[in-house]
Write a protein that binds this ligand. Structure first.
Ligand code: 4EZ
Length: 227
């Protein structure tokens, strides 16, 4: 079973369009959709926004649905100047930008016995590169910073860029990475840019959520066929 996760309904709806034999089950406050994409068994769900919600859904997908891999699809704010609205970036590593126990001498983002930067699965990343090459879709990779904040401020954006060398920012990726790491499940996090995490972020997010979420979902569907 392959798990596909998003944070918002707009991020998962385009995935469901590609699924056959759909069955839906509610666990807690989330709906989990099982079915097939081609010959592959898939469980898909959106978690709702934020790290805790994302951790719940990732845990349920792993423990209740027995997924062997997790693919996350969604949108993100661009930190790296070279990323523009609609561009795709997958996480090579992810970090929680809002973790701060520096008072005890730990680096920003670091939690004892957990660490700071989570590396995504190299085999899944290689499949993504292959899909991008085959379909001639530009695909970037880099550091994705996750926190329970919608970043819409030039100063905060620069702070995240400097402290974590982040290329994009969102609110779930590192939580999914942390859960997958804990349960030894290979994971992949893909995001299409919806805004630049600046003063126009709120406006651009609303304008581009749907189109960027669909770009990310289409790419993930192409990957599933190659797993
Ligand atoms: C969180 N997601 C945004 C959810 C916003 C509004 C009701 C992605 C995202 C993001 N996260 C897109 N742009 C962002 C930004 N500038 N900061 C944080 O994963 C919900």
């Amino acid at each position: 079973m392959i798990g596909i996760m998003g944070a918002m309904t707009e991020e998962i709806e385009p995935i469901l369009e590609y699924m056959d034999d759909l069955k839906t089950e509610q666990i807690g406050q989330n709906r989990y959709h099982t079915g097939t994409i081609g010959k592959k068994a898939v469980a898909a769900a959106y978690s709702r926004i934020g790290k805790v919600n994302a951790a719940v859904t990732a845990s349920v997908l792993i423990e209740r649905f027995g997924i062997e891999k997790l693919l996350f699809s969604g949108v993100a704010g661009a930190i790296n100047k070279r990323l523009h609205i609609g561009d795709l970036i997958y996480a090579s590593t992810l970090v929680q930008h809002d973790v701060d126990i520096t008072a005890f001498g730990h680096p920003l983002g670091f939690i004892p016995e957990t660490g700071d930067f989570f590396a995504s699965d190299q085999a899944l990343n290689a499949i993504a590169e292959e899909v991008a090459l085959k379909l001639k879709i530009p695909l970037g990779s880099g550091v994705i910073a996750t926190g329970d904040q919608f970043i819409a401020d030039e100063k905060k954006k620069r702070w995240i860029a400097e402290k974590y060398k982040a290329d994009a920012v969102e609110m779930e990726g590192a939580a999914v990475a942390c859960v997958c790491n804990a349960f030894n499940v290979p994971f992949f996090v893909l995001r299409a840019i919806s805004d630049a995490a600046d003063m126009d972020a709120e406006f651009n997010f609303d304008a581009f959520l749907k189109s960027s979420a669909a770009i990310s979902a289409d790419f993930v569907i192409n990957m599933v066929e190659m797993l």
